[in-house]
Design a protein around this ligand. Structure first.
Ligand SMILES: [Zn+2]
Length: 216
C-alpha cells in the first residue's frame, strides 16, 4: 500500500500555509534546540491532539501520548518505560515548568477498563496497561447509583487524578514539585463540546478554564 494520500495532501497544505509563516521559527528551533515550558501527557485518541487544542506553535509543547493518558508509578526495575523516559527527559533535560495530564470524554481506554472483562483488544499489552487504572477506579467509587455515562466521566477524571498522584512517586520530580520548580495540572477535554476543564488541586473538581462562550 502506498503512503496515505491524505497525509501527502495534509503535508502539502502545511508547506503552503503554516510552514511558510513559521519557517524562521523552525530554523531558530533547529539551531537553538527546543525549550518547551509545558509537557503534556495525553491520550492517543485521534480527537484529542494537544497541539490542536492548545493552538501550539512548534517548540511549545513536549508531548507524550499513550492509551488513556496514564502515568505509571515510578518503577526503576530495569525494564523499558516509555512514559518514565519521556518524563525524565522533559524534567531533567528540557526543564519543563509545567506538566499537564490531559484526560478526555469518551475515552476508549477508560471505557474498556470499566467494561471489563471485555478487553479493548485480545492482544498481549492492553490488559496489563489498563490494570494501571485500578487505583483510579477505587478513587471513582462504585458505579451503582450513577448513570453509566456519568460514571465513565467520573472514572476519566479520577484517572487524571491518579496519573497526577503517580507523577509524585518519581522522587526527583516530587522534590521539584515541593520546591515549586515544576507544577503539575490535571485537565479534561470534552470531545463533543470542545470544553476544556482544569482540575482544582484543593477540591479535585474540574472547572471550565475559559468562559465567554457557550459550549453546545
Ligand atoms: Zn482516551
Amino acid at each position: 500500500m502506498p503512503f496515505p494520500q491524505r497525509l501527502v495532501e495534509g503535508y502539502q497544505s502545511f508547506l503552503d500555509g503554516r510552514l511558510r509563516h513559521e519557517q524562521d521559527r523552525y530554523r531558530e528551533l533547529a539551531e537553538a534546540g527546543q525549550s518547551p515550558e509545558v509537557m503534556v501527557i495525553g491520550c492517543c485518541d485521534s480527537r484529542v491532539s494537544p497541539e490542536v487544542i492548545f493552538d501550539a506553535r512548534p517548540g511549545e509543547l513536549f508531548v507524550v501520548r499513550n492509551v488513556a493518558n496514564i502515568v505509571p508509578p515510578y518503577a526503576p526495575d530495569g525494564h523499558a518505560h516509555g512514559v518514565s523516559a519521556a518524563l525524565e527527559f522533559g524534567v531533567a533535560a528540557l526543564k519543563v515548568k509545567h506538566i499537564v495530564v490531559l484526560g478526555h470524554a469518551h475515552c476508549g481506554g477508560v471505557k474498556a477498563f470499566a467494561e471489563k472483562p471485555a478487553p479493548l483488544s485480545p492482544g498481549d499489552f492492553i490488559g496489563n496497561w489498563m490494570r494501571l487504572m485500578a487505583p483510579a477506579a477505587a478513587k471513582a467509587g462504585p458505579q451503582a447509583e450513577l448513570p453509566w455515562a456519568d460514571y465513565l466521566a467520573r472514572l476519566e477524571q479520577a484517572n487524571v487524578a491518579n496519573s497526577l498522584d503517580n507523577l509524585k512517586t518519581f522522587p526527583r520530580l516530587r522534590e521539584q514539585i515541593e520546591r515549586g520548580e515544576v507544577a503539575v495540572h490535571g485537565a479534561y477535554f470534552g470531545v463533543a463540546t470542545g470544553e476544556l476543564s482544569v482540575r482544582d488541586e484543593e477540591t479535585g473538581a474540574f472547572r471550565p478554564v475559559a468562559t465567554g462562550r457557550a459550549f453546545a
